[in-house]
Design a protein around this ligand. Structure first.
Ligand code: HEC
Ligand code: HEC
Length: 174
């Protein structure tokens, strides 16, 4: 399962593969999670106050609707201009819907603290803040069938759909 996931992520040729590998080896080196979950982090809602309907409809079918705040407007525009080559799959939409979602993402992008200007491979999951926040999650944990990699936020963040990533709502499945 781990190799399958690993291969799926490495197959499409993408720019900045080196930094991706760097981030990945960082995860491989990370130790198992030892901390006890607390409730110190603020119960912040990462989703914007109002969710664009077409974003919820078109961008939450294959994975959850990622919080727009987690990528900069520039990265979102990169993503929206290449929906036909979407991280190794085709997620194309008609021109009107693409423009609508793209315009909305321009307004709501980049508000999470320390959001990277240009994360490796234009991925939330390879952003420096993401790698740092998840440094205690070992490669073995990411590879679990119940999790299947870092993109599946909701596997561990039980309130991810609602934009809540606080520690008290984290349950790491076996
Ligand atoms: C046909 C399925 C599909 C649709 C529809 C889709 N995506 Fe994706 N998306 C994927 C796949 C597959 C990946 C890569 C998953 C992986 O690497 O594990 C991905 C990854 C992503 C990532 C990067 C995640 C990371 O690693 O940080 C972003 C951002 C993203 N999608 C945004 C969108 C947006 C915005 C839309 C709507 C316009 C959308 N997706 C619609 C399949 C889809
Ligand atoms: C393997 C389970 C797992 C998955 C999958 C996962 N996370 Fe996390 N996440 C964690 C853990 C564990 C922490 C660290 C909690 C701590 O020690 O503070 C964390 C922390 C975070 C934080 C910081 C919360 C805070 O209050 O500081 C954010 C934001 C976050 N994750 C977002 C995401 C997003 C977005 C995704 C999907 C793209 C994701 N996570 C996928 C387990 C996971």
């Amino acid at each position: 399962m781990f190799m399958k996931y690993f291969l799926a992520r490495t197959q499409p040729s993408r720019p900045q593969r080196d930094s991706w590998q760097l981030a990945w080896s960082g995860l491989l080196l990370a130790v198992s999670l030892t901390g006890t979950p607390g409730a110190q982090a603020g119960e912040k809602n990462m989703q914007p106050a109002t969710m664009l309907q077409s974003y919820q409809k078109e961008c939450a079918g294959c994975h959850l609707a990622f919080a727009p705040s987690m990528l900069t407007p520039a990265t979102w525009s990169w993503v929206m201009q290449r929906l036909d080559k979407h991280y190794g799959t085709d997620a194309s939409l008609d021109a009107a819907t693409t423009t609508e979602i793209s315009t909305w993402l321009q307004k709501s992008g980049g508000t999470y603290k320390r959001v990277d200007a240009h994360p490796p491979n234009n991925r939330i999951t390879e952003s420096a803040w993401f790698v740092s926040k998840h440094r205690k999650v070992s490669a073995g944990v990411w590879a679990r069938a119940s999790i299947n990699g870092p993109v599946n936020c909701a596997a561990c963040h039980t309130q991810a759909e609602q934009g809540n990533y606080s520690e008290r709502n984290i349950r790491i499945p076996k």
